[in-house]
Design a binder for this molecule. Sequence first.
Ligand code: BGC
Length: 439
Amino acid sequence: MRTSIFVLTAVLLFLSLLLPSIASAQRTPDLSGIWSVGGLRTLSNETPPMTPAGQKKFSSNKPSYGPRAIPPALGNDPAGKCDPLGLVRLIFFPRPMEIIQVQGRVLQFFEWNHMWRTIWTDGRPLPKAPDPRFLGYSVGRWDGDTFVVESNGFDERTWLSENYQGRMYGFPHSDELRTVEHYKRVDHNTLDVSLTITDPKIFTTPWVTTGKFLTDRQKIATPRPALPDAVADVVKQLTTSFSWSGPTGITFPGVVTDGVTRTAANLDPAWIGLDAAALFGTATGNPVRVLNDADAAGVAEMRFGAGVDQKGTVLMLTFGTGIGSALFTGGLLVPNTEFGHIEIRGHDAETRASERAKELHDLSWGKWAGRVDEYLQHIEALLSPHLIIVGGGISKQSEKWVPRLTGIRARIVPAVLLNDAGIVGAAVLAAEQHGGQKH
Ligand code: BGC
């Protein structure tokens, strides 16, 4: 089998060497892949001036988040009654989107609401008098490496922008909305995107937004037993799958000082005292930065999420297999605080109040939130934080438990970057330590 794959590869290689001009003349740039909107979450902040009709429509849109937030029951966000988001907002929704290229069309599959969009590339024009549709009508063409998509025929009921980082949203559009998107794959992992909205009934000038789609996150289960060499092998697989040879951030669920892992509450004791930075550096061939998982998540939230501009004492807590903590004051991190291990009722706190404890003991949201509340009261007595940011996988369902945390004074908010915070923080710190991307 291996031999035949080798032979096939050799034949293909030969053909491509023989026919380079034909190959390049026929090659359509490849945008296919699963893309995450991590780098592009809503329209740019530079809102164009609105016409009087646009201003009127904007004022009648009542969102439940952002500066104009009112309670959801009094609002009229179309997403609140499960209307499709409409094309522009769907593009920004923080769920992955897959691009598939086939003869005569490019398809975008959106995970959110399992919607798909057809962009016709068979040369047909946009319809002249379209029946309005939530995703409108789209045609695309290649301009060199760039895929240019034009759309019209949108249903006016949808809102354009997505709720993101407390920005203004709820922007309307009319039936005259036209969009032009440009997609260009700049490397294996990055798609440059620009979107121009033109809607003369609502905005007096076009609205241009630029950003990036990034390849979606990849997950490989932690090997069991999670011995250092086996984990290093997985880390190598991940960097290889992204063809990555730049600075690499790696988080670890334990104390890390100068790249050495010092504790292993939920891992094999082989990690204690190990030079993890050297291990992962050798495995990947990349410059690495290893740090505590909650510290990394906290750094990301302070820079890009719920902690932006918070100068007081901020505590980030992550609820997962354990409870991780990251403490900031004046924006500076005190690393390796390990507040998940304070003692509550004679037990390690994380064995009572982590997400795993909820699953293990089959606790209802109410029961589990009661335990978290008790834990936070102890923490508050020790640290008096101004703000507590709660993260980890369970922060995706924050509405089920955060409102029940009533026993503390500090403001509690869910992490804006949800469970991606650790990845983002590790990447930022690795890039800072090792001076940006190698190539
Ligand atoms: C570890 C911490 C880690 C947390 C979350 C705890 O058991 O001691 O270092 O941040 O779990 O993974």
